[in-house]
Design a protein around this ligand. Structure first.
Ligand code: NI
Length: 226
């Protein structure tokens, strides 16, 4: 399941992020790539130990834990500290599948990458090209979102970033381990939660809401690893 999550950051936060990111040192993006991806990756990145990356990454994680749509869709167990990349003219990232296990450098903790995230920090008017193209079970999806919005997709998907032909594209990217490993189960829980929310809004206090909510939690209890 691929899902777009709007307004993870406010426009004021996006401006502040861009200001800080413009003033910092970027390095070759191959530093976090696996063997196969290093051959197709051509972009710039902030080092994982960069104080700016760590500080802005924390702001993103706080924003995510306040976002009900994100929580419902991702059911996060562990979030890898967000990284930042920039694609300038001619930069691209060819087809690849993200590494399955990521180690957090500061703690040594391992994160299984169930979901991949791109949070856009440039508005679509600032650059041409740079679409994130994801091969989903429903076909190919081309993603280019307003600044502050993000896309969440299964890390099992083949994906690429098309070459930039004008301007620069700045984004944050990271991975997370979900409490529910299987995409099909996570999608069912997301759809059930959405249906419960809609019934709750149109028929508040309906007696069956208690039962449906119970079914949701009993399924989550059955499938979650915490
Ligand atoms: Ni990737």
């Amino acid at each position: 399941m691929l899902i777009q999550i709007p307004d993870v950051l406010t426009q004021a936060e996006v401006l502040q992020f861009r200001k800080e990111l413009d003033q910092t040192n970027w390095v070759d993006g191959r530093i976090t790539a696996g063997h196969q991806s290093a051959q197709v990756k051509d972009n710039m990145q902030l080092p994982e130990t960069s104080p700016v990356a760590i500080e802005l990454g924390r702001t993103i994680v706080h924003a995510l834990y306040r976002n009900p749509l994100f929580i419902s869709a991702a059911l996060p167990a562990k979030i890898f500290p967000p990284l930042f990349n920039r694609y300038d003219g001619g930069h691209s990232f060819g087809n690849h599948i993200d590494n399955s296990i990521r180690r957090i450098p500061a703690t040594g903790e391992q994160v299984r990458t169930d979901l991949s995230v791109t949070l856009f920090l440039s508005s679509p008017e600032e650059y041409d090209g740079g679409e994130l193209v994801i091969e989903d079970t429903y076909g190919q999806q081309s993603v280019k979102l307003p600044a502050g919005h993000m896309v969440l997709y299964p890390s099992t998907s083949l994906h690429r970033v098309l070459p930039i032909t004008r301007g620069s594209r700045v984004s944050s990217f990271f991975w997370l381990q979900s409490m529910v490993r299987r995409d099909a189960q996570r999608s069912l829980l997301f759809n059930l939660d959405g249906a419960i929310q809609k019934v709750g809004a149109s028929m508040p206090g309906h007696a069956s809401l208690v039962e449906f909510t119970g079914v949701y939690h009993n399924l989550l209890r059955e499938w979650a690893e915490v």
